[in-house]
Design a protein around this ligand. Structure first.
Ligand SMILES: [Fe+2]
Ligand SMILES: [Fe+2]
Length: 263
């Protein structure tokens, strides 16, 4: 894949759920050259599984930021570890789903005040086959008028394909891109919707290729087959980074290109 011509476009790399230390290490190993090769202006990663033992911790967030990630989104595991609460604030660019309870720590969107390419990143969580948080439609309807830039990326962390598609068509023409996370498996439907919003049902993950969502396959099989409590460990071999490179016309906020990457 090669994207040519920059002009007034901003180029954003979005990386799917980074799993554990081996996922973080892979981001560190490949991100600098990826950014150089494709002229990436801003990098976003979903970090909800970046800590060993799941969730996100200050050390795993720092590891991703030190590796070149600018903004970290999360999801249903984002608030699992209390240690992250203190750093999940608007200064640090680490966000959790916006439709969580008002008492939840952190915030659900972030304005990246880049000198050339201002960008808003919103995190939302689905409610189909997931915990029933605030209706994500009501949440995004209330949020969109407050956002200070028309360049808007939404990480919709959701289980059901239908829920992601519905939200994408609902927001088509109102945001730059809606990217699905949570299932850890990249889908083959990356495209630009009729109104100019980029879309991919699930971006995938940065984790072991020969695994079940990043977990060692034999351990996942044991739990699935026997229903016995099983301590999960992440697969550490053959790590792949699944992501998507998006181009946005910074004047209009419209998505002009969207290409999945697998490294
Ligand atoms: Fe995840
Ligand atoms: Fe998740």
């Amino acid at each position: 894949m090669r994207l040519d011509g920059k002009g007034a476009s901003m180029r954003i790399l979005f990386i799917g759920d980074v799993v554990g230390q081996s996922g973080c290490d892979h981001v560190r190993a490949v991100l600098p050259s990826l950014k150089r090769e494709y002229g990436i202006d801003i990098t976003i990663a979903n970090g909800e599984n970046s800590a060993e033992g799941n969730g996100i911790l200050p050390y795993s967030a720092k590891h991703l930021m030190d590796s070149g990630v600018d903004i970290i989104t999360t999801g249903n595991h984002g608030l699992r570890r209390r240690e992250i609460y203190d750093v999940m604030d608007e200064k640090n660019g680490i966000i959790r789903p916006a439709n969580y309870h008002a008492d939840a720590p952190g915030q659900g969107w972030y304005f990246y005040d880049h000198p050339k390419f201002p960008l808003c990143v919103v995190n939302l969580q689905g409610t189909v086959y997931m915990d029933s948080f605030q209706n994500p439609y009501e949440c995004i309807d209330a949020l969109l008028p407050q956002l200070p830039s028309r360049n808007i990326i939404v990480d919709f962390h959701a289980e059901a394909t239908s829920e992601k598609l519905c939200m994408a068509y609902y927001l088509d023409g109102k945001i730059s891109a809606l990217l699905g996370t949570h299932t850890h498996v990249p889908t083959a439907d990356a495209r630009i919707l009729p109104g100019g919003t980029g879309y991919m049902t699930d971006v995938g993950m940065c984790g072991g290729r020969d695994s079940v969502l990043g977990v060692k396959a034999q351990l996942a099989i044991r739990r699935m087959r026997t229903l016995l409590p099983t301590r999960f460990e992440n697969e550490k071999e053959n790590i792949l980074l699944n992501g998507v490179i998006i181009e946005i016309d910074q004047k209009t906020g419209v998505c002009t290109k969207l290409n999945p990457v697998n490294i």
